[in-house]
Design a protein around this ligand. Structure first.
Ligand code: DMJ
Length: 692
C-alpha cells in the first residue's frame, strides 16, 4: 500500500498509438538547437572545450585500444588449427631459449657414476647400505639460498586430510569431491577419492555397505580365474616375462577395444567406458607402450583413430596437468619414437589450446582449460592450484618449444619454476602443496609431503635438469636442497623391521604415512645418483625400494594399498599398517617404475623378481576375464578383492611399460642416457649439451 501522500504523485501517461512519437526526430533536433542557443556564451565555450579535450584523448588512446581489440580477436582465433608445417626435429636440435642466461654462478658438478664418466671428488662417494638419517648440509648447499622463514600460518593447516593429505585430487564435474582422510578419524569418512585419474566413488570405499558387497560377489566372478591366465613362474626367463607383459597389454587392450574404443577409460566389469575429458586418454597413453612392445597391429589401428577421430576443437574443460602428462606427453614421445608428423601436429594443436591456463594474475596456471573456447579457470572451490600440477608440466612444454621453435611454451612454464624457486614458505627445500593463482603465494603452509599433490614437483626438478643437459643449476640446487629436507624431516625407520620410509610433516608434527605415490622416489633418487649426485641418494633409494616392495608382500594379495602407515614403536607388531579407507589398489605404476630404474643401474635381479611377482598378482586379482584389468577395493582380501570396475589409463601407459622395460635386457631400448621419462612414463629426448 502507498501512503496517501505518495498516492498524490502517481500519474499515468497515456500515449496515442497513432502519434508515431518515435518518428519526430526533426522536432527533437529543432528543440536541441533552441536549447543550445539559450545557453550563455560561457556555457557554450566550456562544452566545446570539453568536447575538444575528449577528441584529443580519444586520438591519443586509439593505438593501445586497437591493440587490445587485436589481442581479443587473436584470442578468439587462437584455437583455429594452425596449419604451419612442422618439420621433424631430432634430439640434436637445440632448445629455443638459452638455458644459461641469467643463472647465478655455481660450482660445476661432474657426474660421479655412470657408464661414461669417472669419479668426482666433489661429490660424496657411494656409501654402504646404512640407514639414511638427516645429515649436515653438503658442500653443494653452500650456494643455495639461505632458508627463508615461513610465514605464520594465518589460515590454519589445510587440514591436511581435507585438502592436502589425500592421495587423490578431484576431477571435474560431479566427481569434484575430495576424500577427507584424517589420520585418526579417516575411517569415518568415505566420500570420494580421486587423484590424477583415480576416482573412487563412495560406494567403492573399502568397507562398502552390505548391498554393495553382495553386488561385488557377482562381479568377483568376472575376474579371471587362475586357469584363464598362463602360469607365470618365478623362474621364467627374460623372453617369457616379456611375453607375459605383452600378453597382459593385449588383454587390457582387448577390453578397451571391445568396450571403450576412443573413450577415456575402460570399465571392464560393466563392459562400458568412463569419460573424463573425451580425448581417448587410454588410447593416447598407450601409443608409445605399443611401439616399445612391438605391437604393430594395435599401434596402427590406434594411429588411425588419432588421425581420423582425435580432435581438440571441442568445448570441453580439461585438467591442464593431466592432459599435459598423458596426452601432450604421449603425443610428443610417440612422435619421437616414430618420426610420424601426425603426432607432432596434434601435440602442437593441443599445446596451443592449453596456453590460456597461464593467463592468470600471478602466471601460476589455472587447473582447468576449455580447449575449445580458450578459457581457463581454477577449480570451483578455490583459486589455488596444486603444486605438483603446476610444476610437472615443464618437460612437455619445454620439449614442445624445442620442436616448434616457439618460445611461448617454455617461457610460460619457466615462469612458474622461477616463482616457486623464490617463494617464501619452504622448509629446507620442501614445498607446500598449494599455490594461489591470484597472489602467486603458497597457501596451506607448514604441510609437507612427497605424496599426492607434491610428488612430481621433486621428480621434475631433477628431470628438467637432466633434460636440459645438466646446465640449469637452479633446478639442481632446488632438488638437492629438497632431498636434504626429505632426509632431515621426512625419512624415518619403523620399530619392528627397521624399514625406511618417507612420512609427512604437518606444522612440525610427523605423520608416519606414506602414499604409494611416494614409491616414485627410489627411482628418481637412483636416476640422480646415476647422473652424478651424491652416493647417499642411491643408498636411500635402495632402502626405500625395499619398503615399497614390503608394501606389496605384506598384503594378502601381494598388491600394495594406496596408502600405508608405518609403525614407529619398537615392538614386534607389523611394520605396515593399512587403514580401512586406504586398502584399495588402482594399478598404479610407481613401484614398478622404481624397480625399472633400480634394475637398470644395479643389475640386481631381485628387482626383476619383485616386478614379476607384482605382475602375477595383477593377473590373479585384477584381471577381468572378458578383457581389461580393474582397480580393486581391498588388497587384504584375496577372496574378495572387490573389483572397482575401472582401468586407469596409466596402467597401459606406465605400469605395463615399466614392467616391460624392467624385464628387457636391451638397455638401448629407451636408454636412460638419451631419454628422460615424463611423470606418465612417456620418454622425451635429453637435449644436447651446449658446447663448453
Ligand atoms: C600418473 O598419472 C602419474 O604417474 C602421476 O605423476 C601420478 N599419478 C599417476 C599414477 O599413479
Amino acid at each position: 500500500m502507498y501512503s496517501p501522500s505518495r498516492k498524490d504523485f502517481i500519474s499515468l501517461t497515456l500515449s496515442d498509438p497513432h502519434s508515431h512519437n518515435y518518428n519526430n526526430g526533426k522536432h527533437r533536433r529543432q528543440s536541441c538547437w533552441r536549447k543550445w542557443k539559450q545557453l550563455s556564451r560561457l556555457q557554450r565555450s566550456i562544452i566545446l572545450f570539453l568536447l575538444a579535450l575528449l577528441l584529443i584523448f580519444g586520438l591519443l588512446l586509439y593505438p593501445s585500444i586497437a591493440e587490445q581489440w587485436r589481442g581479443l580477436s587473436v584470442k578468439e582465433a587462437w584455437f583455429t588449427p594452425n596449419d604451419m608445417e612442422l618439420k621433424p626435429i631430432g634430439p640434436d636440435v637445440k632448445p629455443v631459449l638459452d638455458l644459461a642466461i641469467g643463472r647465478p654462478p655455481v660450482p660445476v658438478l661432474r657426474p660421479a657414476a655412470g657408464p661414461d664418466v669417472g669419479a668426482d671428488p666433489v661429490l660424496e662417494p657411494k656409501g654402504p647400505n646404512i640407514p639414511i638419517l638427516a645429515k649436515p648440509p653438503t658442500k653443494l648447499q653452500s650456494f643455495v639460498h639461505p632458508q627463508k622463514k615461513s610465514f605464520p600460518n594465518k589460515r590454519g593447516p589445510p587440514n591436511i586430510q581435507k585438502y592436502g593429505n589425500v592421495s587423490d585430487t578431484a576431477r571435474g564435474g560431479k566427481q569434484e569431491q575430495e576424500r577427507v582422510q584424517d589420520g585418526e578419524t579417516e575411517d569415518k569418512e568415505k566420500t570420494i577419492v580421486s587423484w590424477r585419474g583415480a576416482i573412487i566413488e563412495a560406494d567403492q570405499a573399502t568397507e562398502p555397505p552390505p548391498s554393495v558387497i553382495e553386488k561385488e560377489g557377482a562381479v568377483v566372478s568376472a575376474l579371471a580365474k587362475p586357469a584363464d591366465t598362463a602360469p607365470l613362474e618365478v623362474s621364467a626367463g627374460t623372453e617369457d616375462r616379456l611375453e607375459a607383459v605383452r600378453e597382459a597389454f593385449r588383454h587390457a587392450w582387448k577390453g578397451y577395444k571391445d568396450h571403450a574404443w576412443g573413450h577415456d577409460e575402460l570399465k571392464p566389469i560393466s563392459k562400458s567406458f568412463g569419460e573424463w575429458f573425451g580425448l581417448g586418454l587410454t588410447l593416447i597413453d598407450s601409443l608409445d607402450t605399443m611401439w616399445v612392445m612391438g605391437l604393430k597391429e594395435e599401434f596402427t589401428e590406434a594411429r588411425d583413430w588419432v588421425e581420423k577421430e582425435l580432435s581438440f576443437n571441442k568445448n570441453v574443460d580439461v585438467n591442464l596437468f593431466e592432459t599435459t602428462i598423458r596426452v601432450l606427453g604421449g603425443l610428443l614421445s610417440t612422435y619421437h619414437l616414430t618420426g610420424d608428423q601426425l603426432f607432432l601436429d596434434k601435440a602442437k594443436d593441443l599445446g596451443s589450446r592449453l596456453m590460456p591456463a597461464f593467463k592468470t594474475p600471478s602466471k601460476i596456471p589455472f587447473s582447468d582449460v576449455n580447449i575449445g573456447k580458450g578459457t581457463a579457470h581454477p577449480p570451483r572451490w578455490t583459486s589455488d592450484s596444486t603444486l605438483a600440477e603446476v610444476t610437472s608440466i615443464q618437460l612437455e612444454f619445454r620439449e614442445l618449444s624445442r620442436l616448434t621453435q616457439e618460445a611461448q611454451y617454455q617461457e610460460a612454464v619457466n615462469e612458474v619454476m622461477k616463482l616457486v624457486h623464490s617463494l617464501p614458505g619452504k622448509q629446507d627445500g620442501l614445498v607446500p602443496m598449494f599455490i594461489n593463482t591470484n597472489s602467486g603465494q603458497f597457501t596451506h603452509k607448514g604441510v609437507f609431503t612427497l605424496g599426492a599433490r607434491a610428488d612430481s614437483y621433486y621428480e621434475y626438478l631433477l628431470k628438467q635438469w637432466i633434460q636440459g643437459g645438466k646446465t640449469e643449476d637452479v633446478l639442481l640446487e632446488d632438488y638437492l636442497q629438497a632431498m636434504e629436507g626429505v632426509k632431515k624431516h621426512l625419512v624415518r625407520q619403523t620399530g619392528p623391521g627397521r624399514l625406511t620410509f618417507v612420512g609427512e610433516l604437518s606444522h612440525n608434527r610427523f605423520n608416519p604415512k606414506m602414499d604409494h605415490l611416494v614409491c616414485f622416489l627410489p627411482g628418481t633418487l637412483a636416476l640422480g645418483a646415476h647422473n652424478g649426485l651424491p652416493g647417499d641418494h642411491m643408498d636411500l633409494a635402495v632402502q626405500l625400494m625395499e619398503t615399497c616392495h614390503e608394501m606389496y608382500v605384506q598384503m594378502e594379495t601381494g598388491l600394495s594399498p594406496e596408502i600405508a602407515h608405518f609403525n614407529l614403536q619398537a615392538s614386534d607388531g607389523h611394520d605396515v599398517v593399512v587403514k580401512p579407507a586406504d586398502r584399495h589398489n588402482l594399478l598404479r605404476p610407481e613401484t614398478v617404475e622404481s624397480l625399472f630404474y633400480m634394475y637398470r643401474f644395479t643389475k640386481d635381479t631381485k628387482y626383476r623378481d619383485w616386478g614379476w611377482e607384482i605382475l602375477k598378482n595383477f593377473n590373479k586379482y585384477a584381471k577381468v576375464s572378458s578383457g581389461g584389468y580393474t582397480s580393486i577395493n581391498n588388497v587384504r582380501d584375496p577372496v574378495n578383492p572387490g573389483p572397482r570396475d575401472k582401468m586407469e589409463s596409466f596402467f597401459l601407459g606406465e605400469t605395463l611399460k615399466y614392467l616391460y622395460l624392467l624385464f628387457s635386457d636391451d638397455t638401448e631400448l629407451l636408454s636412460l642416457e638419451k631419454f628422460i621419462f615424463n611423470t606418465e612414463a612417456h620418454p622425451l629426448p635429453i637435449w644436447p649439451s651446449p658446447p663448453k
